[in-house]
Design a protein around this ligand. Structure first.
Ligand code: GLU
Length: 279
């Protein structure tokens, strides 16, 4: 398929990985082997001359583990404290792994305020551009320690789509714990089929998103569809694929039929702010 083949030529790629793909299900601890593979794949994409951004979750999960909480905390201040510990920890691991391949990585933490405020947004955009120019891989997460209930992205699906728009990315890959978008819930309906390519967002698609579940993480399929709307309207293609196998990143960029591809349809007067809810 031509649209898949075209993914080989994408130059600025944003990859989002969720906590469920980064941690061992049994213990909640980081899956180091997988992180190592992820970092190697990203470095190699960069070595091929592509600009790469990693949007990673895991701050709360890692902090909670370090601080000895058995359950995911519900109280905001505790979650934010966990994120403060976990984000630093997570970056330490990424920095170490990237350093093994002599790849410089940077941290960018954002909130909705970063996008809403004109100066902050421009500064963030300039920082990304400088980092690309310097050959650095930016690692992005929501700034969970300071975000508020009213004004947080909450899930990194939306954040990664907004980042894609901000940096003018041409491909967003969402690594999830499901293979892609199905016609129905594959856990309940054995006839449910994986959809390979989505060209438009109609009512049928939205109802599929409702019945197609994903078990872990903050963002369900509905948030992935909203992310797809933002990314594709900004001019990027987006693929939802299973993060169980990080080599899916390579398969997607080699043009293979992996996951669900949402085709870009750039809106002439696209403005990311139209997609950010502030109430
Ligand atoms: N920003 C949150 C974290 O790092 C996760 C958000 C998400 O799971 O999408 O823990």
């Amino acid at each position: 398929m031509q649209a898949r083949e075209a993914l080989k030529n994408r130059k600025r790629i944003i990859i989002k990985i969720g906590s469920s793909s980064l941690t061992h299900m049994e213990t909640g601890s980081l899956n180091m082997e997988k992180m190592e593979r992820l970092v190697r794949i990203l470095t190699d994409l960069h070595n091929q001359g592509k600009d790469v951004v990693l949007v990673t979750s895991g701050a709360i999960a890692v902090g909670r583990k370090a601080l000895g909480f058995l359950e995911r905390p519900t109280e905001r201040s505790i979650k934010q404290a966990c994120a403060a510990v976990g984000q630093a920890n997570l970056m330490m691991v990424y920095q170490k792994l990237f350093a093994e391949y002599s790849q410089i990585a940077a941290q960018i933490l954002m909130t909705k305020y970063t996008m809403i405020d004109d100066i902050s947004r421009t500064n963030a955009q300039n920082t990304f551009n400088e980092l690309f120019r310097m050959g650095v891989i930016p690692i992005v997460n929501e700034n969970d320690t300071v975000s508020t209930d009213e004004l947080d992205f909450g899930d990194n699906d939306t954040l990664s789509a907004i980042v894609t728009a901000l940096v003018g990315g041409d491909l967003l890959i969402l690594l999830s714990d499901i293979d892609g978008l199905y016609t129905d819930d594959p856990h309940k309906n054995t006839d449910a089929k994986l959809i390979s390519c989505v060209t438009q967002f109609d009512d049928e698609l939205c109802s599929m998103a409702k019945s197609s579940t994903n078990s872990l993480g903050t963002g369900g399929m509905a948030t992935k569809i909203s992310a797809a709307k933002i990314a594709t309207a900004s001019g990027a293609d987006m693929v939802i694929a299973n993060g169980g196998n990080v080599h899916n990143i390579n398969h997607i960029i080699e043009g293979e039929e992996v996951g669900t591809l949402f085709l870009s349809h750039k809106r002439p007067n696209f403005n990311a702010l139209d997609y950010i809810q502030t109430h």
